[in-house]
Design a protein around this ligand. Structure first.
Ligand SMILES: [Zn+2]
Length: 134
């Protein structure tokens, strides 16, 4: 008999070691049944820049085909080196505005490709504070 192995969600986030504990804690609580994890430098940056040709998209497709996640979780973070870090921005509000735009673009791409999957978006600060993005 074939083993059922679907998961609740697939998460996309940055490789940055400073955020991994907080991200894992959040995802573990939110999706106790398990989730796939796609970690690439810059999180959704690759998806927004390269769409269907991105590594993120290819991994989302594989996750979707193999594990049928019901939710895509997109998590960007403050002081992301792939965007030049916080020094590139006048203040956190400016950084937050750019990351929210990135998340919204990534959500549009995700919904276009995976229309039956819900998308949740977050920005996480280095403090571990998780900001839901609507
Ligand atoms: Zn980063």
């Amino acid at each position: 008999m074939e083993q059922q192995h679907s998961c609740e969600a697939v998460a996309v986030h940055c490789i940055d070691f400073r955020l991994q504990k907080a991200i894992s804690k959040f995802l573990g609580k939110r999706f106790p049944g398990g989730y796939d994890r796609i970690a690439v430098a810059g999180g959704v940056k690759d998806l927004v820049a390269n769409g269907e040709n991105s590594l993120v998209f290819k991994n989302l497709k594989i996750s979707s085909d193999l594990h049928q996640p019901k939710t895509i979780v997109l998590i960007q973070h403050g002081d992301c080196g792939a965007y030049g870090g916080s020094v590139e921005f006048a203040d956190f509000a400016a950084e937050e505005a750019l990351q929210k735009e990135q998340l919204k673009s990534a959500e549009r791409l995700s919904k276009a490709q995976f229309p039956s999957v819900a998308v949740e978006k977050f920005l996480i600060r280095l403090s571990g504070e998780l900001i839901p993005v609507i």
